[in-house]
Design a protein around this ligand. Structure first.
Ligand code: URA
Ligand code: SF4
Length: 212
């Protein structure tokens, strides 16, 4: 007997009508992988459909899951700082994640973020593809290894990929940088400052393409 997988990815939940609104509504009913079961909300990408730049994170965090919007918690504050320093207006950015439902482990009353598996990233990829197809940005910025792996495949690593432009089919200009949550998790103050500077420098590099 062939093995029947219960969860076959997001593809069959995508709507025929490809607008951001239709996609967002449909994603709320996605059962493409098991993550929808424990999460509170789907956290779909947000921003104008004609945004010139798309930022791709990993997966919504605890706060994002509660309110249903991407990058509105502590990592979002770091990202906001980097955007402001680079002269990018967040209102004109499309902000999304590789995986749209929060993944976590309960520890007492706390919900601790878990990294999505390769399988979950692949299952959720049709939503990201659809967002990128619709927005057609000039610049895509992958935040962290999971976003990079969603876009470039499982062997993607941040360090060799950051600090310069990458060739990709997703946009004329593609960059990858550290995840802002990685900056917050830095082991000490000195390392945090170094990582923050890298994030800021990479986002400034992406911003330069928007001004060109
Ligand atoms: N981390 C992410 O990757 N995405 C969010 O939306 C928030 C935190
Ligand atoms: Fe669907 Fe992605 Fe949520 Fe899994 S994480 S249920 S694939 S929207």
């Amino acid at each position: 007997m062939p093995v029947v997988r219960r969860f076959q990815g997001a593809q069959r939940f995508l709507p025929v009508q490809r607008t951001l609104e239709a996609l967002r509504d449909a994603a709320a009913h996605c059962h493409g992988c098991p993550l929808y079961k424990e999460a509170t909300h789907v956290v779909f990408g947000e921003g104008p459909a004609d945004a010139r730049v798309v930022f791709v994170g990993e997966v919504p965090g605890d706060y994002e899951d509660r309110v249903g919007h991407p990058f509105v918690g502590p990592a979002g504050r770091v990202l906001d700082e980097a955007l402001a320093a680079a002269g990018i207006d967040r209102k004109r950015v499309f902000m999304t994640n590789a995986v749209k439902h929060f993944k976590f482990t309960r520890r007492g009353k706390r919900r601790i973020h878990d990294k999505p598996s390769r399988y979950e990233v692949t299952a959720c990829k049709p939503w990201l593809d659809a967002e990128l197809e619709l927005v057609e940005p000039e610049v895509v910025v992958a935040l962290g290894a999971t976003a990079g792996q969603a876009l470039f495949g499982p062997s993607f690593r941040i360090e060799p990929s950051r600090g310069h432009e990458l060739a990709s089919p997703f946009a004329p200009h593609t960059f990858a940088t550290l995840h802002p949550a990685a900056v917050l998790r830095a082991p000490d103050h000195a390392m945090r400052e170094i990582m923050k500077q890298r994030l800021f420098d990479d986002i400034a590099l992406a911003a330069a393409c928007l001004r060109a």
